[in-house]
Unconditional design. Structure first.
Length: 321
């Protein structure tokens, strides 16, 4: 007699509610994994740019120690004198030039690329190895909103690159960030696009934007010149004067003039140049804007500055701390 087999119990299918719960749990776990991954990547990118900033800052310090003075940036005031770095009185050669023909054009920089390009003339003419050529303008994406300030670090890197000791230090920087200036040629002339490199470096942060250098102003002249001509310290941009030509001069805590660039991007300490990255959002903003003013533009500018990355902590706008 054959034993009677018991019929298998019927297997119950998942209900729709159970499926929704399982899928929801899976999506939550995926979100957590992606979120943690994004944080880790973001922290890695910040370490990457900070590391290269410290290397470039070391090269700047080496340059200044060998020269026995700060790197001299000629400045961009229309009179050419007030924002010289390292100047007291009299004349001196600048390491980073703003050509004399550039001065009358400053008020028209937004529409005059030739004025901007004059900062990067050929090496034989005292420049840094780059000159505008046809449709090749490496900084065109930054031109409208930032004028030519993003080119100054390239000029500084080029100046240091001529010094063997500084060049050896700079070579330790991440080659993905500190690299030769390039642009695409032929794209607008009907030919096949080609990448062209120039004999000058630039510093690009991990988010594809150029790192800025903020130079401290020259030492404040404690006599009638600075006090009589500029009696009132500036605290905000002058209407109709976006480049800051008519800012009164403010004596900083380190004894130098506080420049309009310092007032927006970060105030230098101890007359040391400051490197600034706009961070993941690609916007510099203004770290000294007042978020409690009730002004939407002020709030926006302050918020945009909160992810900026600096080679060192800038000075406070009021206390000097």
């Amino acid at each position: 007699m054959t034993p009677r087999t018991r019929p298998h119990a019927l297997r119950r299918a998942f209900t729709l509610l159970e499926l929704v719960i399982v899928i929801g749990i899976i999506l939550v776990l995926m979100g957590l994994v992606l979120g943690v991954g994004s944080v880790v990547i973001g922290q890695s990118e910040q370490r990457q740019v900070r590391s290269s900033m410290q290397i470039i800052d070391s090269a700047l310090l080496e340059f200044e120690q060998q020269a026995g003075r700060p790197m001299v940036f000629e400045g961009w005031h229309r009179s050419s004198a007030p924002f010289h770095t390292g100047f007291r009185r009299g004349s001196s050669n600048s390491d980073i030039h703003v050509d004399v023909p550039l001065q009358p054009m400053l008020g028209n920089l937004r529409s005059n690329t030739s004025a901007v390009n004059a900062l990067m003339i050929q090496t034989a003419d005292g420049g840094y190895g780059w000159v505008s050529s046809g449709d090749c303008f490496p900084w065109s994406d930054n031109f409208v909103d930032r004028y030519h300030d993003r080119q100054w670090l390239s000029a500084a890197l080029s100046v240091m690159g001529r010094n063997p000791a500084c060049a050896a230090i700079m070579a330790k920087a991440d080659p993905q960030l500190v690299r030769a200036v390039t642009c695409i040629t032929g794209a607008t002339g009907g030919g096949a696009p080609q990448e062209r490199s120039f004999n000058m470096p630039e510093f690009i942060d991990p988010w594809g934007r150029q790192v800025l250098i903020v130079f401290p102003g020259r030492r404040f002249w404690d006599d009638d010149f600075d006090y009589d001509n500029n009696p009132t310290p500036y605290t905000a941009p002058v209407p109709g004067d976006p480049l800051g030509f008519d800012y009164p001069l403010l004596k900083d805590t380190d004894g130098s003039i506080r420049t309009p660039h310092e007032h927006q991007y970060g105030i230098c300490r101890n007359q040391r140049p400051l490197l600034v990255s706009s961070g993941p959002d690609g916007k510099m903003g203004n770290r000294y804007a007042n978020p409690l003013s009730g002004n939407a533009d002020e709030v926006k500018a302050f918020e945009e500055s909160q992810d900026n990355i600096y080679s060192y902590e800038p000075q406070s706008v009021r206390s000097g701390s």
